[in-house]
Design a protein around this ligand. Structure first.
Ligand SMILES: Nc1nc2c(c(=O)[nH]1)N[C@H]1C(S)=C(S)[C@@H](COP(=O)(O)O)O[C@H]1N2
Ligand SMILES: [Mo]
Length: 351
């Protein structure tokens, strides 16, 4: 844990700011909002939104931690403990072991939890945040809040819960390699990639990852000048201390990728997804980050030197006049990072 009580690798979001992540709107439907609990239960049933609102509400103060490295502490939610609803449907003791939480959304977004864990973590079917109904963009009117897990387990627009004997992986877990355990204190962000070695060698020899979808690539300290990664999906890659001069990452998804200490001179990140990326100590002179998404990205960090393990050394990215970063993107950063970047960019701007 660091000084602010944050799990490893997390930063506080700007005060009062609650970033939007993932889907922005629920699926359009004429039907009124309802919650159903089906599957391996004694008495499957559904509740209208009204019925949920009329129940006794429980208040909970919860810290939320997004896998893209921003956190918000002490969020106040009100709703119904999932346990109470489960007690009413009666999960079948010998069989019921997992919950699949399904959203009213275009892709029927879902996530899953172990039944015992969901109860033990005091999962909430939340209806209110800060005394107001939860806004539609943040998953209202019915949203799951799972304390103690990365926020992708907290499903927006909850509509159905299937009680199952086997786990059914959710959208992020199945499609994007997000870790199914999702414990922020153990940094369980992603499962580890499983690309065969010979395939990786081929891609490296051709210096071309364009269009590939590869998770958690480990390429620390490689010489990869001119690498092409156009439209690639390379979440959670490790490019620390790589030489990547003139590399092309246009429109690539590089969520949570580590570029610390990398030589990124003249690299192109045009409209790339750089959420949660670490650029501390990287050389960004002449690089282009125009149109890139930078939520939770960092450009400076307090690193500890390896020799004595004690001396804090500040590692900061370097820029020059030709570095392109949208001023608007600064608003996506946590305050300390935004301040560092604003200072660094203005000291480079022409007089
Ligand atoms: N239905 C649905 N729920 C979802 C998601 C989504 O894309 N669709 N994204 C998850 C992720 S990754 C996060 S971090 C949080 C973001 O919630 P927020 O947009 O209210 O901050 O919602 C989670 N629940
Ligand atoms: Mo997330």
């Amino acid at each position: 844990m660091n000084a602010m009580g944050l799990p490893p690798g997390q930063q506080l979001a700007a005060p009062g700011k609650w970033p939007l992540v993932g889907e922005r709107v629920p699926r359009e439907s004429e039907r009124p909002w309802q919650l159903r609990i089906f599957g391996l239960v004694d008495r499957p049933r559904e509740w209208t939104l009204e019925a949920l609102r009329n129940r006794h509400q429980t208040e909970m103060i919860v810290d939320i931690h997004c896998v893209t490295r921003w956190s918000r502490l002490q969020m106040r939610f009100r709703g119904i403990p999932l346990q109470e609803l489960l007690d009413e449907v009666g999960p079948l003791p010998a069989e019921a072991a997992f919950l699949s939480l399904v959203a009213r959304s275009e892709r029927s977004h879902s996530t899953s939890l172990r039944l015992d864990e969901a109860v033990q973590l005091r999962t909430l079917v939340a209806l209110e945040h800060d005394g107001q109904p939860i806004g539609i963009e943040h998953g209202g009117p019915i949203r799951v809040i799972v304390p103690g897990k990365y926020f992708y387990k907290s499903l927006k627009w909850l509509e159905q819960i299937d009680v199952l004997s086997q786990d059914r992986l959710g959208y992020w877990e199945a499609e994007c390699g997000y870790h199914n355990e999702a414990d922020p204190w153990r940094e369980q962000r992603y499962i580890v990639s499983s690309i065969p070695r010979h395939r990786l060698r081929e891609l490296l020899a051709g210096l071309d990852f364009s269009g590939q979808n590869l998770l958690s690539l480990e390429l620390r300290s490689h010489k990869l000048d001119g690498l092409r990664c156009v439209d690639a999906v390379l979440r959670n890659a490790d490019f620390r201390d790589c030489s990547l001069r003139g590399a092309d990452f246009s429109r690539a998804n590089l969520t949570n990728t580590r570029f610390a200490g990398a030589d990124l001179r003249e690299a192109v990140f045009d409209h790339a997804d750089l959420e949660g990326c670490d650029f501390s100590g990287a050389d960004l002179r002449g690089s282009n980050l125009g149109g890139a998404s930078l939520f939770g990205a960092s450009f400076t960090s307090d690193a500890t030197t390896e020799s004595d393990g004690l001396t804090a050394r500040r590692l900061s990215a370097v820029f020059d006049r030709s570095t392109v970063i949208d001023r608007l993107a600064l608003e996506q950063l946590v305050p300390s990072q935004a301040q560092f970047l604003a200072d660094a960019l203005s000291s480079n701007s022409p007089p």
